[in-house]
Design a protein around this ligand. Structure first.
Ligand code: ADP
Ligand code: MG
Length: 290
């Protein structure tokens, strides 16, 4: 492929809603046979909404939401945005200040609020006994909802459930990827219930759920070792390592700076539809040059 032809194609890509880091990206795109897709924020809008809060007996659900919302204010995760928005709606715009904030990619957040240690984390990262919250967690799982556990001073006190919607373009994009002979694989840090619900909706059969950020990169490495040429599409801080280790990392523009920084290609409008357009463009470009 001549640099001139590739650069011309690169300019066309920008018009179509993809930005590539360099002309070599189109070459990688042409060779890809496996596309790993993150769920939250990539296949789905990532505009999560709080759908429920279940507090342990004797706890005040609204007050726990206020504390959780305050700590989540420091995170850019879709779950965090949803929890903070719900807390503001129900408890007023001014959430209490947080000290000692820390976020763990793919795990959750922690911080001190009003003298208490608050954690909002994935259910299997909760530290104390879940007891009274088990039913709420089981319900969330069976409904395909994402759940987070609120902990107060090391004690699990509430379950937050969140819902998310599949992007309108994801349907067509998954079907068209198959049409191009590519295998879509869902790769998510979320649990099996929500992961399989989205996969079933989109007709994706290969699903890896409960995958930590490090494990995402391992899945990429394993597929590459098996001879696959892998593109990984993601939006989050939790996807950055996998994006950097794929043959081609693809970021959703609405995602985090870490994801965009680690990617060779960015989907400007956010819909993975544009990826299919870029694939076709890459193939056409090489056909023109041959
Ligand atoms: P995905 O791979 O689908 O984008 P993530 O790896 O970002 O999902 O998150 C995995 C899980 O970690 C979430 O389903 C949630 O349970 C938990 N989690 C991550 N960030 C947060 C947060 N800020 N607040 C609460 N839970 C979180
Ligand atoms: Mg994500």
């Amino acid at each position: 492929a001549t640099p001139t032809a590739l650069l011309a194609a690169t300019g066309r890509g920008a018009e179509l809603g993809v930005v590539v880091r360099g002309p070599e990206v189109l070459e990688s795109l042409r060779r890809v046979d496996t596309v790993l897709l993150d769920k939250t924020g990539t296949l789905t809008t990532g505009r999560m909404e709080l759908t429920g809060i279940t507090a342990a007996p004797g706890e005040d659900a609204t007050d726990l939401l206020r504390l959780a919302g305050a700590v989540e204010h420091g995170s850019e995760h879709p779950i965090a945005r949803a929890v903070t928005a719900a807390a503001r709606q129900r408890c007023g715009e001014d959430l209490p200040p947080v000290t000692g904030f820390a976020a763990g990619a793919g795990v959750g957040v922690r911080g001190s609020v009003e003298g208490r240690t608050v954690r909002v984390v994935r259910p299997d990262a909760a530290r104390g006994a879940l007891d009274a919250l088990r039913d709420a967690l089981a319900d969330a799982e069976s409904q395909g909802r994402t759940a987070a556990v609120v902990e107060l001073d090391g004690r699990p006190v509430a379950v937050l459930t969140l819902g998310d919607t599949v992007r309108s373009g994801s349907w067509r994009a998954v079907r068209q990827l198959r049409g191009l002979g590519l295998e879509p694989v869902l790769l998510t840090g979320d649990r099996a219930g929500p992961a399989h619900a989205v996969a079933a909706e989109l007709g994706i059969t290969a699903v890896h759920a409960d995958v930590s950020p490090e494990r995402k990169a391992e899945v990429v490495a394993e597929l590459r070792a098996a001879g696959r040429t892998v593109a990984m599409v993601g939006d989050g801080v939790n996807d950055a390592v996998a994006l950097a280790s794929a043959d081609l990392g693809i970021a959703v523009a609405s995602g985090s700076d870490a994801a965009i920084g680690a990617a060779g290609l960015t989907l400007v409008r956010g819909d993975i539809d544009a990826l299919v357009v870029a694939m076709r463009l890459a193939r056409r470009t090489s056909a023109t040059i041959r």
